[in-house]
Design a protein around this ligand. Sequence first.
Ligand code: GCO
Length: 255
Amino acid sequence: MSTALFDLGGRAALVTGSSQGLGLVIARGLAEAGAAVVLNGRDEAKLARAVEGLRAAGLAAHGAAFDVTDAAAVDRGVAAAEREAGPIDILVNNAGAQRRAALLEMDEAAWRTVLDANLTSAFLVSRRAAGGMIARQGGKIINICSMMSELGRATTANYAAAKGGLKMLTRAMAVEWARHNIQANGLGPGYFLTEMTRPLAADPKFDAWLRARTPAGRWGRPEELIGAAVFLASRASDFVSGQIIYVDGGILAAL
Ligand code: GCO
């Protein structure tokens, strides 16, 4: 078996929400596998710093600052990304937000913000990027799902609804776009130390619970997502579609 199956040379990848956190780690991994990556975020200064960091490591990186929840901004943003890096072959819908609250105390803004950031964004960006993929009869879409694509946890009803919806949107994309040789799959992280989970990790009770709930007994290391991301972005997964690969230390296998 040749490692060429996992070579992303000559491909362009857009990763939404990638000026920090898991998105930036995944983008770096795709770039190290040969892709030209386009980072995305709303904060232009933070985005520029992230692009510079990848370029300093000798990687092909560009930036496209746009709001993934605004259809007009997405249209302009994907056009800008394609001007920078060429047609988008690989789209990673990673952008998201978390607004934890008990369901009865959750305000409408917290609901709508989380659904827009995690789910509607994937619809808007995929619909825009799919046009070029269909024209070229090929593409890879990777939707960043979650443990909450399968399980609920108190105070994350909005996030679970969004990530559960993202799992099913992934399958819908897989079904509708397979005839255009587009494979759409999900990548579901367990618990990794990021800005989003920092408040949880800082809580000794949650940290102890998470370590006991995870068969591997620890938090994930962000770079542990790269292998599955490169697989789903590469020719190695050309007959894989509608699947969600969970990188979770065994959480979903355990009662
Ligand atoms: C939470 C966390 C989780 C993680 C991740 C797990 O509040 O439980 O934010 O949602 O971020 O999505 O897969």
